[in-house]
Design a protein around this ligand. Structure first.
Ligand code: FAD
Ligand code: KPC
Length: 519
């Protein structure tokens, strides 16, 4: 093992140390400022967002956490193969898409038949991600003062004892945060060269994809499919269910229709309620055979397949060893304190199931820490703001119009553009980052909706398709939970031309005693 406890380590040194760990038989990296023989308040198994934020919170509360992580870095899958590459790809998708629609006008280059280089973009990410990994280790050691052991898996002995590289560590509690992995569907051909998941894409891609099939309708499927297509590779998405239907925080049907129409109008082929029968090829992928919702058999040529068929929690060997209760999708069952069915064992993040998002992992870790430290704290994961990327940023929070109509007799809708958003050739919404679409491709400039209970005047939900509004949904979520009204919204100060337009939309109706739609 390499003991780094007594020396400070720069980000650059961490880059080198982590690189060395990819060599065979590399040793664990140990940082134990609290001392090896103590009884920790908690051992966090997995140093992803769940484990790292849980440990940081416990440390901040005056507790003693230890993180054990099998990879040579903290931060988990986010900086390694999930959120960070996803955002790199989505940034590229938005830029390629804009260039394509500009078509050489106004002095912008003509990208009509241009190709974004997918392989180079993936390699750029892989070449740069080490700095993110190194930063996580540096911050956790030098700024947060956390105890951790990296580059070695943890083995649970019992609910208070963990074995790492032959040594035993004891704690009052164990917090499991071992994440999730891609589900490989039970379809012939998934082992062919050219079939990837989001994990293997960044590790193994060694050629430029040209004809792409995305199997599945997950966020990852839609996001990566949109990126590949914006880069100029024809993409077919084949999904078993209707895409972009989320539970329990649903995307408004108008927004969903607009997003799917926009994907199709860009040339993506999308087959919903279709069944993949086989991925075909000798050694490499050559085609995908599937059955459409109408029962017709189709074969689409492909040299690259991405599996976006969902995620499966990483629960073993811990669940069997400790006797944890599991749910129908193999997730660890926890209560609102993140306690499992076994006393003193907590579980957080993706391994407890949906929603598999950063906020839930981080806040789950914090919740476990608080409860272990003696503060009773409950985490509500039912209502949250959500988002995804196509070539757009799509954000939503609260109730959809349909959900609101089921629950309230007098629902008021404010939206832009009015009417059917896919029919308009009007430069509305007009906002930062859609100005060029608004003037040159107005139908593509986005969509936004605000749903209100006309009786109490409370806002019930927001959704937005465009750019630059996602951040505001973090605060809109808070405002909704505080019971914000159309009048409160209308009295806020907008930074005009803001991408959301929600303050301006509300202000146009705020003075009205009996509210009517602006739709
Ligand atoms: P992870 O981040 O997976 O961390 C688990 C850690 O446990 C890993 O580091 C693993 O090495 C370690 N581990 C496993 N077994 C052991 C063991 N035996 N011993 C020691 N360590 C072990 N969420 C968002 O909020 N926004 C996004 O934009 C977003 N984009 C995404 C894009 C993609 C393509 C994917 C797949 C996911 C995305 N997510 C996003 C979800 C987000 O990545 C996860 O919700 C989050 O990483 C979950 O954190 P976690 O701590 O539960 O698990
Ligand atoms: C760099 C960055 O914020 C993305 S990776 C986050 C991992 S962690 O801070 O552990 O949630």
């Amino acid at each position: 093992m390499m003991d780094l406890t007594s020396r400070s380590t720069t980000v650059e040194e961490w880059c080198e140390l982590i690189d060395r760990c990819y060599e065979r038989d590399s040793e664990p990296l140990v940082n134990l400022p609290s001392g090896k023989d103590r009884v920790y308040d908690a051992i966090f198994i997995g140093g992803g967002p769940g484990g790292r934020f849980g440990a940081a919170y416990m440390q901040a509360m005056g507790g003693t956490p230890l993180i054990v992580e099998r990879w040579p870095f903290l931060g988990g899958s986010c900086p390694h193969n999930a959120c960070v590459p996803h955002h790199v790809f989505s940034d590229c998708a938005a830029e390629f898409d804009l260039l394509r629609w500009l078509r050489g006008r106004l002095g912008f280059p003509d990208f009509t038949n241009g190709r974004g280089r997918i392989l180079d973009i993936v390699r750029m990410f892989v070449g740069g991600r080490g700095m993110g990994h190194a930063f996580m280790n540096w911050q956790s050691k030098e700024q947060l003062g956390l105890d951790y052991i990296l580059n070695v898996p943890a083995r649970v002995i019992d609910s208070h004892t963990v074995e790492v590289d032959g040594s035993r560590f004891r704690a009052r509690a164990i917090v499991l945060g071992t994440g999730a992995r891609s589900i490989i569907p039970d379809v012939p051909g998934t082992k062919l060269h050219g079939v990837f998941t989001h994990e293997t894409l960044v590790e193994e891609l060694d050629y430029e994809p040209n004809r792409i099939v995305v199997i599945g309708g997950s966020k990852t499927a839609v996001e990566y499919g949109s990126f590949f297509h914006a880069a100029g590779a024809p993409v077919t998405i084949i999904a078993r269910s209707p895409i972009l239907r989320f539970e329990p925080v649903a995307l408004d049907e108008d927004a969903r229709t607009y997003v799917i129409d926009m994907m199709r109008s860009r040339g993506m082929a999308i087959y919903e309620e279709a069944t993949v029968e086989a991925i075909l090829g000798r050694e490499r992928v050559e085609a995908v055979r599937f059955r459409t919702a109408q029962g017709a058999e189709q074969v689409v040529p492909a040299d690259f397949v991405l599996l976006g068929t969902g995620m499966q929690p990483n629960v073993e060997p811990f669940a069997s060893k400790l006797g944890l209760s599991l749910g129908a999708r193999g997730e660890v069952i926890v209560d609102s304190r993140m306690m499992t069915s076994v006393p003193d064992v907590f579980a957080v993040g993706d391994m407890i199931g949906h929603p598999m998002e950063m906020w839930k992992a981080r806040k789950g870790g914090m919740t476990a820490a608080r409860n272990i430290m003696g503060e009773e704290f409950h985490l509500d994961i039912r209502n949250y703001p959500d988002f995804l990327h196509t070539t757009y940023e799509v954000s939503w929070v609260g109730l959809t119009e349909a959900q609101a109509r089921e629950r309230y007799p007098n629902v008021i809708v404010l939206k832009m553009p009015p009417g059917n958003p896919t029919q308009w050739d009007l430069l509305i919404p007009l906002a930062d980052r859609v100005m060029l679409y608004a003037f040159l491709e107005p139908r593509r400039s986005g969509f936004q909706k605000c749903v209100i209970d006309g009786d109490s005047r409370r806002v019930l939900g927001f959704c937005h398709v465009g750019y630059g509004c996602k951040d505001s949904f973090q605060y809109l979520d808070y405002l909704l939970k505080q019971g914000v009204t159309i009048d409160d919204m209308g009295s806020m100060n907008e930074l005009f031309l803001n991408p959301g337009h929600f303050i301006q939309l509300c202000r146009l109706r705020a003075g009205m005693k009996k509210l009517t739609d602006l739709a």
